[in-house]
Design a protein around this ligand. Structure first.
Ligand SMILES: [Ca+2]
Ligand SMILES: [Ca+2]
Length: 163
């Protein structure tokens, strides 16, 4: 073993000894990474069904810090309250829990020919520390399943983080 290697090991030992001193931060930085996926589907027809459910998944990796993650489901640009049911809520992760969580959105079927429409599912920073949001918005794409001439102009939808 060369002198340089021995010196490097000695420096490393001193560094770890210093970090272990009481009063100095010795907890490793460890975050829960969160992402919400995108969902597309046909709206369905009325009155055959009252709602069509779009199920989004919030996936988690990294360390499993316990936390409540706020979410919001809202229309954007080309959608409105007649297309889906907006809501707020929380998804909950226990300590060490890395299972995906579901956010179910109720889409309202109709029989009118329309353009495809987009709404947003946002996940927001939790109050607890240790969260990193890798993908903050899930796009819900409501696909047209009605035949006929669409008279309304197509309005673009932009997906972006809520804040
Ligand atoms: Ca329809
Ligand atoms: Ca329709």
């Amino acid at each position: 073993m060369g002198k340089a290697v021995v010196a490097a090991i000695a420096v490393g030992m001193v560094a770890s000894f210093v970090q272990a001193q009481p009063g100095l931060p010795d907890t490793p930085v460890c975050n829960r990474h969160l992402s919400v996926d995108d969902v597309s589907g046909y709206e369905g027809d009325a009155p055959a069904r009252v709602y069509t459910e779009f199920v989004f998944h919030v996936t988690s990796s990294g360390c499993g810090a316990p936390m409540e993650v706020p979410f919001e489901v809202s229309p954007i640009d080309s959608t409105d309250f007649f297309d889906m049911v907006p809501r707020f809520g929380f998804i909950r992760f226990g300590a060490g829990d890395l299972e995906p969580k579901e956010i179910t959105v109720q889409v309202r079927p109709d029989n009118a020919p329309e353009h495809d429409e987009i709404f947003a599912v946002w996940i927001k920073p939790p109050a607890a520390p240790g969260a990193v949001i890798d993908k903050c918005v899930g796009g819900g794409k409501i696909l047209n399943d009605d035949f006929g001439v669409v008279l309304s102009p197509k309005i673009g939808s932009r997906l972006h983080c809520s804040e």
